[in-house]
Write a protein that binds this ligand. Structure first.
Ligand code: DGL
Length: 261
């Protein structure tokens, strides 16, 4: 099984991308919606949650882990890697690679939660691979609650998106990384406000591509993964809202199992 976790529902955009890219692979998803958001919590707390989430997915039979949360990827990847010896995928590196392949003028924007942006992980990773790149970051703390509320197409949301993107637009970025797994759900509004000349990098698609490439070049790991086309969903709080949003994102019926970590 492929284990995927997020602080809540944003990681379902990664589930959607994995199902499209690797149809037939069994997935186990954990959404930590009782403790969401992670984006404004301390490093220590985010690491503690990420380790618990990983342990839970391993106990369910996951053979590889995807941290489908930019916030947890930003601060907890090293701790997970040091604690559990399992193939681990985070959403930052694939998005960085994709942005560097895409950007013509190396003017790259990144949007994310406060924790992701203040970790500086994106500029660090981009500049490590391409020192001449210029990176402009913007924390967008209001976007996660708007997505959670289902306000995807409201004029108020478009206004807030516009306000956040103005500084990046002024810098004439040609590539924009969606550094939060909730943001693909706002992709239309973001694209409309940043302009069609800026290419948007969706980290959920980037990580799905990198997992697929990895499995192709590591058949011994691939052969350990069950492939009955089943996805099992666990959450730390079963709510009607999560259920509805999950079904909207995945366009199918979803059964939520409750787990307390
Ligand atoms: N899933 C988180 C991320 O990708 C956003 C939600 C949160 O703050 O927990 O950064």
């Amino acid at each position: 099984m492929i284990g995927i976790f997020d602080s809540g529902m944003g990681g379902l955009t990664t589930v959607r991308a994995i199902i499209e890219r690797l149809p037939g692979y069994d997935l186990v998803y954990f959404g930590d919606n009782a403790r969401t958001p992670y984006g404004n919590k301390s490093r220590e707390t985010i690491i503690h949650y990420a380790l618990q989430n990983t342990e839970f997915l391993l106990s369910q039979g996951a053979k590889i882990i995807i941290v489908a949360c930019n916030t947890a990827s930003s601060v907890a990847t090293d701790s997970i890697q040091q604690t559990y010896h399992v193939p681990l995928f985070e959403v930052i590196s694939p998005a960085v690679d994709c942005a560097l392949q895409t950007s013509k003028h190396l003017q790259i924007g990144v949007i994310g939660t406060k924790a992701t942006i203040s970790s500086n992980i994106y500029p660090f990773k981009i500049k490590a691979k391409c020192p001449e790149a210029r990176v402009f970051s913007q924390a967008c703390p209001l976007l996660v609650p708007l997505v959670e509320e289902g306000w995807l197409n409201k004029p108020e949301t478009r206004m807030i998106v516009k306000k956040y993107l103005i500084p990046l637009k002024t810098r004439q970025i040609d590539t924009l990384i969606l550094g939060c797994t909730h943001y693909p759900l706002l992709k239309k509004s973001i694209q409309a406000k940043i302009g069609k000349r800026t290419t948007i990098i969706d980290s959920s698609i980037a990580v799905a591509d990198s997992v697929a490439d990895y499995l192709q070049s590591n058949p011994e790991i691939d052969s350990q993964l069950s492939k009955q086309g089943q996805t099992t969903f666990y959450v730390s709080d079963v709510t009607e809202h999560f259920q509805k949003t999950a079904e909207t994102i995945l366009k199918r019926r979803v059964h939520l199992n409750y787990v307390r970590l």
